[in-house]
Design a protein around this ligand. Structure first.
Ligand code: CYC
Length: 200
């Protein structure tokens, strides 16, 4: 049975390639066709936890992801958590999450990444899914559309589906500046990388 600190199951569900094709086909103006691919790092540069490379890309521009980061999934007290890291030379890893062999991912070291302060997420077991959200405090700053915003982000993952709702808000007024105005993105799994997960 899965439980609140079941890092292995959480990581196995996250370690997938997802697309929102069905949602996009129903409502193209509000939901771009996006792929999210999270691939286990063969040699994560952390003492504990699971390392994933995450690439988020428009389906028609897979080789040019609009966001590429390293995630550390870990046990955080009586729950789970995610640390987000930027990559210093992101182009070096463009497309690496979908390569059958993990030769390029193998070369990623601690020197290649930098922790994003204020962007940690807490993750709780709901009884049937893991639900995550960015820590409170308006501390995860994103400069976008010429404005300083803070990240308001929640997600839910099951064995096969990922739902995520990310918005940037004005720090003073909480006004919605960027991100979906039509509800969460709904992704379904295209392929699983669960066998590559080593939880420690
Ligand atoms: C931003 N997404 C972010 C940020 C974090 C996450 C920490 C703010 C800092 C940054 O730029 O990295 C975190 N997003 C996550 C995590 C997951 C995730 C851990 C795995 C579940 O998905 N986000 C979506 C939609 C898409 C999107 C598919 C359309 C709205 O879930 C986009 N997220 C998105 C964008 C940004 C962002 C455009 C701002 C990045 C930027 O402007 O540089």
């Amino acid at each position: 049975m899965t439980h609140a600190t079941d890092l292995k199951t959480f990581a196995a569900w996250m370690a997938s390639e997802f697309s929102n094709k069905a949602q996009h086909d129903l409502n193209p103006p509000f939901f771009a066709y996006i792929r999210v691919c999270m691939r286990p790092l063969p040699q994560p540069p952390f003492e504990t936890g699971v390392g994933l490379l995450i690439e988020q890309a428009y389906d028609y521009m897979l080789s040019q992801p609009y966001r590429i980061r390293v995630l550390r999934l870990y046990v955080r007290g009586d729950r789970l958590g995610i640390e987000n890291y930027t990559i210093k030379d992101p182009e070096r890893f463009f497309g690496a999450s979908r390569e059958p062999g993990r030769d390029r991912l193998q070369t990623l070291t601690a020197a290649d990444i930098e922790l994003m302060n204020g962007c940690n997420m807490g993750v709780d077991w709901s009884g049937s899914s893991f639900k995550g959200s960015v820590d409170p405090g308006k501390a995860c700053m994103v400069f976008r559309k010429d404005r300083q915003t803070y990240l308001d982000s929640t997600f839910e993952v099951t064995d096969g589906n990922l739902q995520s709702w990310e918005r940037g808000r004005d720090p003073q007024t909480d006004e919605h500046v960027w991100g979906s105005v039509a509800g969460p993105f709904q992704f379904s799994r295209l392929q699983s990388f669960a066998p590559e997960v080593i939880a420690r």
